[in-house]
Ligand binder design. Structure first.
Ligand code: ATP
Ligand code: MG
Length: 587
């Protein structure tokens, strides 16, 4: 059996391992730069900025399901709060009613809990629409915001670019009274969607593009999932985010690196408002990307829309739903996220690195079971019959999890006709094939030693049955004379086996960086990312496995029982530690 990394193994080794691939970084030095966020919090605490208070928030937009990238943000947001005995809230950034829904809100709450975190409170940016509106009025009154009649294209052209000066809008010098009146009428529904926007009046020549009179409000006549038809104007991210942080009393507002250039704007808004308490501080960290998959919600939605996967919870999806259905334990995801840490450089981590955490967690927790995915009949010719001429049935006691004696044992029936894995038999064994072949003795795990004697073939010459003899003196699997066999195989009793369907998954995208060559990740979709095996023969104990539970099919891998369909199993991950192999290769 393949060795499984110890829980601390991958962590200890990784720091020393160079990158496996030039395109994939971050694996070499996951703590590069140290945890600069914790350092920032510590220095704020030392300076008494927030009087020792630490409050963070996880701020998803409810426009999709959470994915592995979000898990990194959740772990960082809740982790910092925990580390400093502070609190972390969940805040829905629900400022864009076109793409948001209650379905997404509910799933996000559930997924965060599943991941193992409990928000101190759940807030919605839409709860602050009144306050934001009042603050916007106050900026207008002070000549710090104006209504612009230009369309979005003209506004964007007027902002110029790097090294290209901005051009002031012809509407920039409207009086506060006129602006206030127009803003009220925007909200009252007097103008068409897109006819006007409210912009902050900052600096059209600022080097930082974000400060070139950013848009604060747009007109959208869309029903909001919480505020209904109350609003005709909706705030943009930049206008809503920092103010929501301030209202809630957030001290450290963590977001991903693409918002770094927004920080001066985040600060500008807060500096120009009359806030109830000290300003929150924005800190940025790198997004998490994984090889062979994508983490953009828009693209994940496209996978579903185009029918490449069955839904947000398809076991091939990098969503928390998908990973959960696939059998990834929440503890493994948390462990992976805290191991990669927060850094300032964008990086793509090897998916095998995450899998190593999954395997290590499951090795400790998953019960062992026997399942034959590709069955071949093994008939034991010298197996005894009882007084009625029926084959005897022997029950063997098997260990549930050698890693955890507390998991106890189970019994499995053994009789004269069994199923073994077709791959475990070779009529003409190639070199180094030590499993069953004619004349060779092997161990049937926990039961007996058997020797193959002859094969039965169909009309096409395929082996459909193997005959064997067993040695009754080897009960339990060991020969009293100490003779050795080179192979131990799993088996199930044909008469007692249950039928099962097993879904085998492969990478969703064939390349490490999907779309690297053509720009479209969908060009690299793996057409064989899912194979269904029907007619698998499995141990009866698997009937009692709970929906969603993950077990180890001995010698094969970890499999999660489907939460709904009976006797359907999803391959979580194989037994082989591919991450160890990658590390080996790169040494
Ligand atoms: P997407 O691009 O998939 O739509 P998003 O950034 O728009 O993602 P949000 O719902 O706005 O998603 O994100 C909520 C929080 O999660 C934000 O703080 C965001 O920075 C963080 N986040 C999103 N994706 C990642 C990622 N891949 N790695 C780390 N953090 C992420
Ligand atoms: Mg977003």
């Amino acid at each position: 059996m393949t060795s499984v990394p110890s829980p601390t193994g991958p962590v200890a080794d990784l720091a020393a391992a160079p990158d496996a691939q030039a395109t994939v970084s971050g694996a070499s030095d996951p703590t590069a730069g140290g945890d600069f966020i914790a350092a920032a919090v510590r220095s704020d605490n030392a300076a008494g900025v927030y009087r020792g208070r630490v409050q963070t928030r996880f701020p998803p937009e409810p426009n999709g399901y959470l994915h592995i990238g979000h898990a990194k943000a959740v772990t960082a947001d809740f982790g910092i709060a925990e580390e400093f005995s502070g609190i972390c809230n969940l805040r829905f950034d629900d400022t864009n009613p076109d793409t948001e829904s209650v379905e997404f809100v509910d799933s996000i709450v559930e997924d965060i809990r599943w991941l193992g975190y409990e928000p101190a409170a759940v807030f919605y940016a839409s709860d602050y629409f009144e306050q934001l509106y009042a603050w916007a009025e106050s900026l207008i009154e002070r000549g710090l915001a104006y209504v612009d009649d230009q369309d979005i294209e003209a506004i964007s052209a007027g902002r110029g670019g790097f090294g290209k000066p901005g051009v002031e809008s012809p509407y920039r010098e409207r009086s506060p009274q006129e602006n206030l009146d127009l803003f009220h009428r925007m909200q009252a529904g007097e103008f068409a969607d897109g006819a006007k926007v409210l912009r902050a009046k900052i600096d059209m020549q600022a080097e930082n593009m974000q400060l070139r009179d950013p848009v604060m409000y747009r007109i959208r006549r869309t029903r909001h999932h919480r505020t209904g038809d109350r609003w005709c104007v909706y705030p943009l991210y930049d206008w809503a985010h920092g103010q929501s942080d301030a209202i809630e009393g957030v001290t450290h507002s963590m977001c991903t690196l693409e918002f770094e250039s927004h920080r001066p704007l985040y600060d500008w808004f807060l500096e120009h408002l009359d806030l109830p308490r000290e300003k929150p501080r924005q800190l940025e960290f790198a997004r998490l990307e994984l090889t062979h998959t994508i983490t953009s919600k828009r693209r994940l939605a496209r996978l579903i829309d185009e029918g490449h996967v069955s839904g947000w919870d398809d076991p091939r999806m990098p969503t928390l739903r998908g990973l959960r259905r696939r059998g990834y334990p929440a503890a493994a995801i948390r462990g992976f996220c805290s191991h990669i840490g927060v850094t300032k450089t964008n990086s793509r981590h090897n998916i095998e690195e995450l899998e190593a955490f999954v395997r290590s967690e499951l090795n400790a927790t998953a019960l062992r079971r026997m399942a034959v995915l590709n069955p071949l009949k093994l008939v034991i010719d010298n197996w005894p019959v009882d007084a009625d001429g029926e084959p005897v049935v022997e029950w063997f006691e098997l260990v549930n999890n050698p890693e955890n004696p507390a998991d106890g044992t189970r019994t499995a029936p053994f009789s004269g006709v069994l199923y073994i894995e077709a791959d475990d038999f070779a009529e003409t064994p190639p070199p180094k094939f030590f499993r069953l072949s004619l004349g060779r003795e092997v161990r049937l795990r926990g039961a007996f030693l058997v020797t193959a004697t002859e094969v039965v073939k169909d009309d096409d010459g395929n082996v459909i049955e193997v005959h064997a003899t067993y040695d009754p003196a080897t009960r339990g699997g060991d020969a009293p004379d100490g003779r050795k066999v080179k192979s131990t195989m799993h088996w199930v009793s044909a008469e007692h086996a249950l039928d099962a369907t097993v879904m085998l998954y492969d990478r969703l995208f064939t390349t490490e960086v999907p779309g690297e060559a053509t720009g479209d990740p969908f060009d690299d979709l793996n057409p064989d990312s899912c194979v269904a095996l029907t007619g698998c023969k499995v141990e009866g104990a698997l009937e009692a496995t709970s929906p969603g539970e993950v077990v180890q099919f001995e010698r094969i891998g970890y499999f999660a029982k489907d939460p709904v369909t009976p006797m359907l199993f999803h391959r979580t991950v194989g037994l082989k530690d591919e991450w160890a192999k990658i590390r080996q290769r790169s040494r």
